[in-house]
Design a protein around this ligand. Structure first.
Ligand code: AN0
Ligand code: CP
Length: 317
């Protein structure tokens, strides 16, 4: 594997999950693989889980790790070609990328959608420039339109907790005060429509996602109906995708908060969320603290998804 930005990069999902579960059983079995190899993690945005789990994954593989927070202590980077750089950005990505690449063997990039220019976001201009100009294997730590390390960890978690061959997985929009990217729901939909699950998405009208990610999923606007018989409930907020409202918050309707009443419609479903989560906006204290909440093991599996991906990238060097 030479890059990891979307589900197609990982090949057959059953094999990827099998490899991940083997790694989980003995996470130091490949500690020779990363000897004298360096991972550079570049963050354009904040992170708790991705930063720690990816660093831990690389350390399990025997790698050295460097972390750069672009917005804290590094020069501000221009990402568009052709601009006259007379503003606050002191350096261009076109120099910064090959320079950074010269110090490492593998690069992880986190660069969220700006939510202002849909074309710019959906062309994935930042991570695509890393792929094009670094000459190194690049993986996404959440880019503008996808968060594949999260979706991979979500799939591993569903595999571990499911009690039937083809569980019903419901992804529900939930309210949040600020505009968030579509990357997590896009990516989750992209993985779930390829996995062996019955996948349903529910959201208020106006929150339709890009069809390239949701094709094959059932879209059910009736939230109560969507939750019926669910084995897993995956909550997430996202801002509007459709024009003319791209990147906007259309509703903060707390009728969509996941609470015990709506969870009663399900088949005693497990509750999932990628975190960070705003309690009593996305989900009530009661549901997230219930024995059916698996948000912590889900987050713990981020180490495993990252290790599987970095292992495959190391094997390609
Ligand atoms: C981010 C998002 O929704 O994409 C990161 C989630 C992993 N969430 C926030 O910014 C709160
Ligand atoms: N789920 C996730 O990616 O969390 P962080 O934003 O804290 O990395």
């Amino acid at each position: 594997m030479k890059k990891f930005t979307c589900v197609d990069d990982i090949g057959p999902l059953d094999e990827a999950v099998k490899e991940a579960l083997e790694i989980k059983r003995d996470r130091f079995a490949f500690s020779h693989l990363g000897k004298n190899k360096t991972l550079l993690m570049i963050f354009f945005n904040s992170s708790l889980r991705t930063r720690l789990s990816t660093q831990k994954a690389a350390m399990n593989l025997g790698m050295n790790v460097m972390v750069l927070d672009v917005n804290q202590g590094a020069w501000k980077l221009e990402t568009e070609r052709g601009v006259v750089m007379d503003g606050d950005k002191a350096e261009h990505l076109l120099e910064a990328i090959p320079v950074m690449a010269s110090y490492c063997d593998i690069i992880g990039v986190r660069s969220f959608a700006g939510l202002k220019d849909k074309a710019e976001d959906y062309e994935e201009r930042v991570i695509e420039q890393f792929i094009k100009y670094s000459g190194k294997p690049v993986f996404s730590m959440e880019a503008a339109t996808r968060h594949p390390l999260q979706s991979f960890a979500d799939l591993i978690t569903i595999e571990e907790y499911k009690t039937k061959k083809r569980p019903k997985v419901v992804m529900t929009w939930a309210p949040h005060p600020k505009a968030l990217p579509q990357a997590v729901p896009n990516s989750f939909a992209e993985w779930m429509t390829k996995a062996d699950v019955d996948f349903v998405i529910t959201h208020p009208r106006g929150y339709e996602l890009d069809e390239q990610f949701t094709r094959g999923a059932t879209i059910e606007y009736d939230r109560e109906k969507a939750f019926e018989g669910a084995d897993f409930v995956y909550a997430k907020n996202w801002s509007a995708y459709a024009d003319p409202n791209y990147g906007k918050v259309l509703s903060t309707d707390r009728d969509w908060t996941v609470d015990s009443r709506i969870m009663e419609k399900t088949n005693n479903a497990y509750f999932m969320h990628c975190l960070p989560v705003r309690r009593n906006m996305i989900v009530t204290d009661e549901v997230i603290e219930s024995p059916r909440s698996i948000v912590i093991p889900e987050a713990a599996n981020r180490e495993i998804s990252a290790q599987t991906v970095i292992k495959r990238l190391l094997e390609s060097l």
